[in-house]
Design a protein around this ligand. Structure first.
Ligand code: 8YV
Length: 299
């Protein structure tokens, strides 16, 4: 089966594809009826240019830009990469929790700018303690659970929301509004769907108590970005943001704010995780070629 990959995905597994062409979708001009497999990183599928598609193997767990309903109508299998990126994403969420809560980036800037003049930082960068505070996890799925396990080591009280009933020792269930008003730190781990776009709107952001830290490693537009900007510019809350509504563009208002830590969509960005994602993508394609069921089809 001819496979089109939108880039050379990292790791040795990529070389196991017997017939693969690397081409960004933007460079695809003529219809390519011979292509049966598309490997892409959460990119819209050009159905008209790829009329022979049998599988879209998404490099990532989130596939919100892939029209999965249209794929189903056309009999195209869609797969994603659940599980293999849980630890990396949970680690990055925790890095942002720690950085935003303990003012790590502000401290870094102070040192680099030559502004550190005393023998220790005295009161200028006093932060709020993390141990003993309450972490609200919005979406206790695979990644949210990995965050909850890390939270135990940091001696946090954990609250969580969840779509389905789950029996868990990892924390206490709350309705979303209650979780937002009870937490010192809130971290988002829901997929981007019609139900979650704008989930944290201006009303819900206003439920956060003064000084609360909001961490987003999920998708930018799960939070109303304009309302979030207003809260951050006012200095009322803090944030650690890895994702944005219109990546790679970041609202310029954020760039000068001391109460925000910004990273460029790094959640799954470790060598080991990215290679494991490629392994899973390739295994899904090879399974389909052999006439076997894909390993991780999307629901
Ligand atoms: C990817 C991600 O970097 O898995 C996801 O949902 O957001 C990241 O792992 C990105 O989606 C590219 O596929």
């Amino acid at each position: 089966m001819q496979v089109l990959a939108t880039r050379r995905y990292p790791g040795p597994a990529f070389a196991e594809l017997p017939d693969v062409e690397v081409l960004p979708l933007a460079a695809l001009e003529e219809p390519r009826p011979g292509v049966g497999g598309l490997i892409a990183a959460n990119e819209p599928v050009p159905f008209d240019l790829l009329p022979g598609l049998r599988i879209v193997a998404n490099y990532g767990v989130g596939y919100d830009r892939v029209d999965a309903a249209e794929c189903a109508r056309r009999g195209i299998v869609v797969t994603n990469t659940p599980g293999v990126l849980d630890a990396a994403t949970a680690d990055l969420a925790f890095a942002l929790v720690l950085a935003a809560r303990r003012r790590v980036v502000e401290g870094d800037r102070l040192v680099r700018s030559g502004g550190w003049v005393g023998s220790w930082a005295e009161d200028s960068l006093l932060a709020e303690e993390l141990a003993g505070s309450t972490l609200g996890i919005v979406g206790l799925g695979r990644i949210g659970s990995a965050v909850a396990r890390r939270a135990q080591g940091f001696e946090l009280r954990v609250l969580y929301t969840q779509r389905h009933d789950v029996e868990t020792e990892l924390g206490e269930y709350r309705e979303l509004d209650a979780l937002l008003s009870e937490s010192d730190v809130v971290t988002l781990h829901v997929p981007r769907t019609a139900e979650t776009i704008g989930l944290l709107d201006a009303r819900r952001l206003a439920l956060l108590r003064d000084g609360t830290c909001l961490v987003n490693t999920a998708r930018g537009d799960i939070v109303d970005e304009a309302a979030l900007l207003a809260e951050l510019v006012s200095g009322r809350i803090r944030a650690g943001l890895d994702v944005f509504a219109h990546e790679p563009s970041v609202p310029p208002e954020l760039l000068g704010l001391p109460n925000v830590v910004l990273t460029p969509h790094l959640g799954s960005g470790t060598r080991q995780t990215r290679e494991a994602m490629t392994r899973l993508v390739v295994d899904n394609v090879l399974a389909l070629e052999r006439g076997e069921p894909p390993l991780t089809p999307v629901p």
